[in-house]
Design a protein around this ligand. Structure first.
Ligand SMILES: [Zn+2]
Length: 75
C-alpha cells in the first residue's frame, strides 16, 4: 500500500483521507474489506466461506477521514 503524503507550502507533511470498500457476504455475513479481497467481487468467491458472490451482497464504501496529523512540522 502506498502512503500518499501531502506536503503543505510551509513544508509540513500530512496524511490524506482514505476510502475503503466493504462487501458483506450474504452466505456467511463475512465483511470483506481488504482491497485484494474486494477486487474478487463480483466474479470470485467469498474468501471466508468459499461461496461464489451472488450479486445480492451489500456493498458499502467508507470514507475514512483522518484528522490532519502533523508528521513533521517543526523546522
Ligand atoms: Zn462468505
Amino acid at each position: 500500500m502506498n502512503d500518499n503524503i501531502l506536503i503543505m507550502p510551509n513544508g509540513s507533511k500530512w496524511k490524506p483521507s482514505t476510502s475503503s470498500d466493504t462487501v458483506h457476504c450474504v452466505n456467511c455475513e463475512n465483511a470483506v474489506d481488504t482491497p485484494a479481497e474486494v477486487a474478487s467481487y463480483p466474479n470470485g468467491n467469498c474468501p471466508d466461506c468459499g461461496n461464489s458472490w451472488t450479486g445480492a451482497e451489500r456493498r458499502s464504501t467508507s470514507i475514512i477521514v483522518t484528522a490532519p496529523e502533523a508528521i513533521t512540522g517543526e523546522t
